[in-house]
Design a binder for this molecule. Sequence first.
Ligand code: ZN
Length: 342
Amino acid sequence: MASGRSDATTDADALLAQLRAFEGRPSGPPAEARDEVNQAMIRHWVDAMGDDNPVYVDEESARANGFPGVVAPPTMLQAWIMRGYLSQPDGAWKAQRDASGEASAQEQLFDALNAAGFTSVVATNCDQEYVRPIVLGDRLTVTSVIDSVSPEKHTGLGDGHFVTTRLEFTDQHGERVATMRFRILRFRPQSSRPKDVALRPRPAITHDIAFFFEGARNGTLLIQRCAQCGVLRHPPRPACASCGSFEWDTVTASGRGTVYSFVVVHHPQVAAFDYPLPIAVVELEEGTRLVGDLIGIDPADVEIGMPVVAEMVAVDDELTIPMFRPAVPVGAGRVGAVTGDA
Ligand SMILES: [Zn+2]
C-alpha cells in the first residue's frame, strides 16, 4: 500500500498506535496455582538444581536465618503457577481465552504483529522482583498484563517490536509477593536477505576472552587456567572460582572431546547459519565444556557421548571459531581428522 517514505512512516505510526492500545490490558485470565507451596516440589527443585541451601528444606535452619519457616527458592516462582502440559490438551492459547470465547488481548496483539509481518519471536529478558519470601502453604495466583510495546527497533535478528508482559504474583490474601517482567522480540525474519552478505553475529570480545578468539585464529583451542591452583575454566572469566586468584594463563586443548548434550535448531532462522543447525555442549578431554556447532554430520545422527574433534573454522574474514566434527573411530581405515590425512 505504502507508495513512499512518508506513507511508510505513517503506516508505522498507525501500527504503533494500534499496538500501544494493548498496553495495560490483561493478556489473559488470572491463573491460580494448582497446589500450595509444598516441600515435595521444593525438594525436587533443589535436587535438580544442586542447591543445598538448608533454608529450603530445614525448618530450624530457616528460622535461624530469620525466616518464618521453610522458604521456597525464589527462582521457583513460575513453577507454582505452571500448568501441566497434559492438563491443557487444547494448548496454552485456548486456555487463555476468556469466558466469552473471544481471543485474549495477547492473541489479538500477536495477530496484529503477524499481520504487519513481525512473524518471528525470540525471548530476550526476564526480570523478577521478590516482595517477600514465599513460604510453605502459600497459594499463588498470577495475573498478566501487557506492560509495554516498543516502537520498531533495528536488531541483529531483524526489525521488530519488543513486547513486555508483566506478571503479578499474589498470595491467598491478595497481597503481591513478586512481579516478573518477561520481554520478547517479535521480528520480521530476514531469510530473504542474500546469504552471502549476512555475517555471523559478532561475539562480544572483552579483555577476558580475547585470547580465546586469538587462539582460534591461530588454529589452537585454548583453555583458561588458574595460575595459582591450576584449575581449568571455561567460559573465560576474571577470577578462579576455586581459589579466587586473578592470575591466569592458558593451556592448548587437544581438541578431542565428546558430545555432552546437544540441540538441533530449526527456528528462529538467522541469515549466515545453515538449518537444521546442530549445536553441542562438548566435554573436552581436559575436563572443561564449551558450546560449538557440529559440522560434517547429519543432525539426525548426533548422539550424546559421541567422540568429536575441534576444527577452527574461519566463518568470514574477521572471525574464526571452533566447531566440532565427528572423530573417526580408531581402526576405521584412516587416521582421525585431528591429525590430518591418512
Ligand atoms: Zn585457582
